[in-house]
Design a protein around this ligand. Sequence first.
Ligand code: PLP
Length: 380
Amino acid sequence: MGPGPSDVNPRVLSAMARPTIGHLDPEFIRLMDEIKSLLQFAFQTKNKLTIPVSAPGSAGMEICFVNLVEAGDKVVICQNGVFGMRMADNVRRLGGQVILVEDEWGRAVSPQKLEDTLGEHPDTKIVAFVHAETSTGVRSDAKTLCAIAKKNGCMTIVDCVTSLGGCDVNLDEWEVDAAYSGTQKCLSCAPGISPVSFSDRAVEVIKSRETPVSSWFMDLNLVMGYWGEGQTRAYHHTAPVNALYGLHEALLVLSNEGLEASWARHEKNHMALKAGAKALGLSFIVPEAERLPQLNAITIPDGVDEATIRRELLTQFNLEIGAGLGVLAGKVWRIGLMGYASNPRNVLLCITALEAVLSQYNAHINKGEAIEAVRQAYSS
Ligand SMILES: *Cc1c(COP(=O)(O)O)cnc(C)c1O
C-alpha cells in the first residue's frame, strides 16, 4: 500500500510465467495489436500511436520530451511536486527553455496561473503537467489545463502514470498531444513498461523535426517501425516479451471490470480509508476536491517517529506504506490504494495495523472507533 509498485494481480503474474516466444512471432504481433487497442481503451483515445515503451514510467516521460522538444523550444512546466521537477530537468537537458508555473506541494495546478503565464509567453510550444501527483496525492484538473493550453496554441504533455485505471483519463476529450503512464500503479502490473500515446498532430511534429531525436532508442520515428500500423514489423529492440504478456493481462482485467467501475471502486475504498483515518484523528493534507482516491497523503500524529511506524507496519503486519517526499518528508505518510490493491481487506488491514502500532508507540490517536467508521463507510 505504498505509492507503487502496487500488489500485482496473480492473473498478471501467471501470464508473465508463460513461455517466451519471439518478438516477431506472428502470435506475438497479434498480442502487440491487442495491447495497442486495449491501451486505446484505457486512455480513451483513437490515437494510432498508442504503444507500450519497453522501460519504466520515467522513460515514458523522457520519450515524450525527447521527441517533441527541440533546442530553443519554450516549454511551460506546471510544477506542484516531484514529478513536475523531473519534467523541467528533461526540457533543460534537451536545450529547451523552461518556464515554471509553480504551485504549493499538496495543491492542484492553478489554471489561472497557467493562463497568466501563457499570456506572458505567447511563443510557448508545449505545456506539460502531472495529472496525478504521486508525491503529494493531488489531482489536477487536466481537462481545464489542456483547454487553456489549446486556446493558446500549445501542445500538451500529460503525466498519467498514477491516474490511468484509477480515475478518469480521457485523452481524446481533453485533446492531449502526448501522454505517458506506468504499469505498476493502478494497472497492478509488474513495473518496467510505460504505456504512451501521441496525437496525430504530435506525430506530424515528430516526423517534421529539424534535428534528429538525440536518443536512438527513444526516437519514435524508429520505434514506429516495430510498433507501427500496417507496415511489416522490423526489429528495433527485443521487446520484453513476458512483461508484455503481463501488461496484456492487466489491461484485460481492466476492460473486464470496466473503466467507470474501476474508478468507482477506487473512490469507495478511498472514502472508507478516509473514514478510518479521520476516526483515528489523522487528517489529509490535500483539500477534498483535489484528492486522488488512489494515493492518500495522511498526517503523522505528534510524538512518533514516522520511519519507526513504517518499519513496524512492515515487520508486524507485512504492510508497506510510503514516506513523504521533498518538502513533505517527515510530515505525511502516503498510502496507496491502487488497482488490485484497492480493496476493503487492505483498507481494514491498514487502519487496524495503524491503530495497533500507533497505540504501541503511545501516539495521540483516538482508539476503538476506526474500524466501526470504516464499516459504516462501506455500508453507507
Ligand atoms: C511512478 C511515477 C513516475 C515514474 O515511474 P517509474 O516507473 O518509477 O519510472 C512518473 N510520474 C508519476 C506521477 C509517478 O507516480
